[in-house]
Design a protein around this ligand. Structure first.
Ligand code: SF4
Length: 409
């Protein structure tokens, strides 16, 4: 087979996705013949393309990275030969397939790519792409156990996704929109397979990905507490020395925090921090964005987390479309209340407009100078951190791309 190479462009935003796809490609029928590679920079990718070997170049990216991806695609498009294929997948291409095709991609994979990418690779390797649509989507829910984020060949692992999709419907969030299918949980036998792979690669750290860690449920158990207890016991039995849950990338919702869960984490995990998504101190705004919890839930959850000896890391989101100065004042009051509780750190975020969400075409409010000064003061006091300032810039850029028609969704 003379067409047998796939290069993934690795970025900060897709390092958890690539090992999942590599694992699938390594184990697909033509896996032995496939040459799988990763480029960690544009320059590295360009060097590899210049080798002249027919290649699929695959990008997986999110909206904030659109500018870099666009300029890279413009640059490498001219280097690609007629046999090469440029494929895009991930959150942004899913939300805006038409805009992504216009960037210069040959094929856009919408939604879950686990079954599509090996199929495209096989057809391309046989030199027969006839009949393949340029926008491809898998209509059936992909079972999580189909793959684990572990590439034996490249010795590349990532945290394990234990839950995909979300039963909530927060207006600014893409998760329930990308995975429009029922919420799926990974069975424990698949977790065991991942831990075995970790063991073989000499890794003793286990981290998990979930939109809400305390909602994880092994499909055969049907109950969260028993499932999480089993998950953590499994980690211990498989020799994991450092297990994280309830910390990035498996944060928790405030309305799900219960002492029983915290007790499990305190017993089995090394993280002494629990990340809680609060987002706003205004009940009215929480309701308008369909968060499904109240400010009281946040305060109660933070108190519980502190009582168990954890640091409460509270995510707050500012500048949502429809957020009023009064909502922001309510958030500042909540920040003061939380800061006074001790062992609390606020992680501040500024709203990023994401295509595919119902609020994408709405304009976010400008944050008042006095409000920004309040956040800066909390930062100086060591109570608040986060990338909120750089996100203000990213927000401006996304709005410009939206106005210029670079994003079509
Ligand atoms: S709970 Fe989290 S993952 Fe679910 S919709 Fe809301 S922000 Fe998204």
């Amino acid at each position: 087979m003379n067409r047998s190479r796939i290069i993934f462009r690795q970025t900060e935003g897709n390092r958890y996705t690539l090992p999942v796809l590599l694992n699938l490609l390594e184990s697909c029928p033509m896996g032995e013949e496939l040459q799988l590679d990763i480029a960690q920079s544009h320059e590295e990718l360009a060097r590899k393309i210049e080798e002249g070997i027919p290649t699929i170049v695959a990008y997986s990216f999110m909206t904030p990275h659109l500018k870099e991806v666009r300029s890279e695609v413009i640059s490498i498009r001219s280097m690609l030969g007629p046999e090469d294929l440029l494929v895009a997948g991930g959150a942004h291409p899913t939300a805006d397939p038409a805009g992504t095709l216009e960037l210069g991609f040959d094929i856009v994979v919408v939604g879950e790519g686990e079954r599509i990418l090996p199929m495209v690779a096989e057809k391309w390797a046989r030199g027969d792409l006839r009949g393949l649509p340029r926008v491809m989507r898998d209509e059936d829910p992909c079972p999580l156990e189909l793959s684990i984020p572990a590439s034996r060949r490249l010795r590349f692992m990532a945290p394990l996704e234990i839950t995909r999709g979300c039963s909530h419907n927060c207006a600014y969030c893409l998760t329930p929109r990308i995975h429009r299918k029922p919420v799926r949980h990974r069975p424990l036998h698949s977790v065991r397979r991942y831990l075995e792979a970790s063991h073989h690669m000499g890794k003793k750290v286990a981290r998990f990905i979930a939109p809400d860690a305390f909602s994880y449920r092994d499909p055969s158990k049907g109950e969260e507490l028993a499932s999480i207890a089993e998950l953590l016991r499994l980690c211990r039995d498989m020799g994991m020395e450092r297990v994280h849950l309830g910390d990035f990338p498996s944060e928790v919702r405030p309305d799900r925090v219960r002492p029983e869960f915290l007790q499990l984490i305190a017993t089995h995990c090394v993280n002494r921090k629990i990340v809680i998504g609060a987002q706003s101190g205004s009940d009215s705004l929480l309701e308008r964005i369909h968060r499904g919890h109240t400010v009281k839930d946040v305060v109660k959850a933070v108190r519980e987390v502190i009582n168990w000896g954890f640091l409460a890391h509270v995510d707050m989101l500012f500048g949502l479309p429809g957020e009023t100065p009064g909502d922001r004042m309510a958030s500042l009051r909540l920040l003061d209340q939380l800061a006074a509780m001790g062992r609390v750190k606020i992680r501040a975020h500024v709203y990023l407009p994401l295509p595919g969400t119902p609020v994408f075409r709405m304009d976010p409010p400008k944050l008042e100078d006095s409000f920004v000064a309040n956040l800066e003061e909390l930062e100086r006091r060591g109570v608040l951190d986060g990338d909120w300032k750089s996100q203000m810039e990213v927000q401006r850029e996304i709005l410009q791309w939206r106005e210029k028609g670079l994003i079509k969704a």
